[in-house]
Design a protein around this ligand. Structure first.
Ligand code: NAI
Ligand code: MG
Length: 369
């Protein structure tokens, strides 16, 4: 059995609490002989700033670079509001994304039947929903130059952001989208605004070409990004994989996330380019939510987003799709029995703690395996 090397970065706030439950899951797969993990734990975010004055140390960056995958909790909190901009907790995550070249951000939106009534949409619109938003994460208008505010001769100011994509950047994210679709329902929807943006024209052309030449078996459709936002709320089940640039992906993934209820349920993955010789990708897995300082240290956090992030690591970094399916099934079954942390419990009903939710999922894994 291959051993996988994981770097655990719990971070701040509820990060360490939910990471504790993720570790329990990893240990279970190890004990069961399904997969073996070697883990190392290091500081990131505010915890790292307190220890060494930086949101992530060079030593930790080196560990991240050497690891098969990084599991990341969450960073930040009011305690570090006053720290210098470059040392703020979030800088640790941005550095990891940039230095590891994590250009592909996967945000699944899955609606567990037991939680379909928690959505603000009607049950039949969201029940059984299982879509994936793929967001380009290292290019586009958040990074393009020039990016500045200049004062004009007449004293007015002018702000500029630059939406910029190269063929190479679009090709590699398109390939990730088509590869993912092949493991799912074989459909890619590419969202851009070719009607008003040159980058949208190029995006459309490149995705079309990659689809035709390399993935003729995968269904490809093009949708204008604003229409995509409408469709996500109207009838999201028409989609399988939606691929889009950094800006549209930021917005569309948040729309998709809220189709299904709580922030405490949503995992994510960020992947780099495959190594030309080994095929291995750099990768980081994290819940979508932040450090939740309002509930930190009180065992109130829902660990499912973190645990489901472990599931994504099994699937996308370690080729353990069956183990990932088993974990997803265990989570769904536990929810079906009515076990709820406070964030997903109905008002007035009993809620379990972070640790009790983790234990319930372990127990269910044990009975499924
Ligand atoms: P947040 O996601 O931390 O919290 C928003 C709300 O959702 C809070 O009421 C919180 O209690 C609740 N919540 C979040 N995760 C939960 C969970 N697992 N279980 C139960 N309830 C949960 O976002 P907020 O409050 O805007 O930011 C708090 C801190 O987190 C800030 O310092 C922010 O910069 C940082 N942050 C970090 C991120 C990361 O590490 N990737 C992402 C987003 C925010
Ligand atoms: Mg966002």
């Amino acid at each position: 059995m291959a051993s996988h090397n994981l770097l655990l970065l719990p971070g701040d706030g509820i990060g360490p609490e939910i990471m504790g439950e993720a570790k329990g899951i990893l240990n279970w797969f190890g004990k069961r002989g399904i997969a073996s993990f070697e883990t190392e734990t290091a500081l990131v975010g505010g915890a790292s700033y307190d220890a060494c004055g930086k949101a992530i140390s060079e030593d930790t960056m080196k560990l991240a670079d050497q690891a098969d995958a990084v599991l990341f909790g969450a960073v930040g909190g009011p305690k570090w509001d006053g720290v210098p901009y470059d040392a703020r907790p979030e800088a640790g995550l941005l550095r990891l994304r940039k230095d590891l070249g994590l250009f592909a951000n996967l945000r699944p939106a899955i609606c567990y039947p037991a939680l379909a009534d928690a959505s603000s949409l009607k049950r039949d619109v969201v029940e059984g929903l299982d879509i994936l938003i793929l967001r380009e994460l290292t290019g586009g208008v958040y990074f393009g130059e020039p990016k500045e505010i200049v004062t004009l001769e007449n004293g007015e100011k002018r702000a500029v952001d630059t939406q910029l994509y190269t063929t190479h950047e679009i090709e590699r994210i398109a390939r990730v989208a088509f590869d993912l679709a092949r493991t799912r329902r074989n459909k890619v929807s590419s969202a851009e605004k070719r009607n008003v943006m040159k980058s949208g024209v190029l995006w459309n052309q490149v995705v079309t070409k990659i689809g035709k030449e390399e993935y003729p078996d995968v269904q490809l459709e093009h949708v204008l990004a604003d229409n995509c936002a409408m469709q996500l709320v109207r009838w999201p089940k028409q989609y399988d994989v939606i691929v889009c640039d950094n800006l549209f992906g930021d917005i569309l993934s948040d729309v998709a996330a809220m189709l299904t209820g709580s922030l405490g349920m949503l995992p994510s993955a960020s992947l780099g380019a495959p190594d030309p010789t080994t095929g291995q990708r750099k990768s980081l897995y994290e819940p979508v939510h932040g450090s939740a300082p309002d509930i930190a240290g009180r065992s109130l956090a829902n660990p499912i987003a973190m645990i489901a992030s472990v599931g994504m690591a099994l699937r996308y970094s370690f080729g353990l799709g069956e183990a990932a399916d088993l974990l997803d099934k265990a989570i769904a079954n536990v929810l079906a029995t009515g076990t709820r942390t406070k964030d997903i419990a109905e008002k007035g009903s009993n809620a379990v703690s972070t640790q009790e939710m983790g234990a319930a999922i372990l127990k269910e894994l044990e009975s499924l395996a």
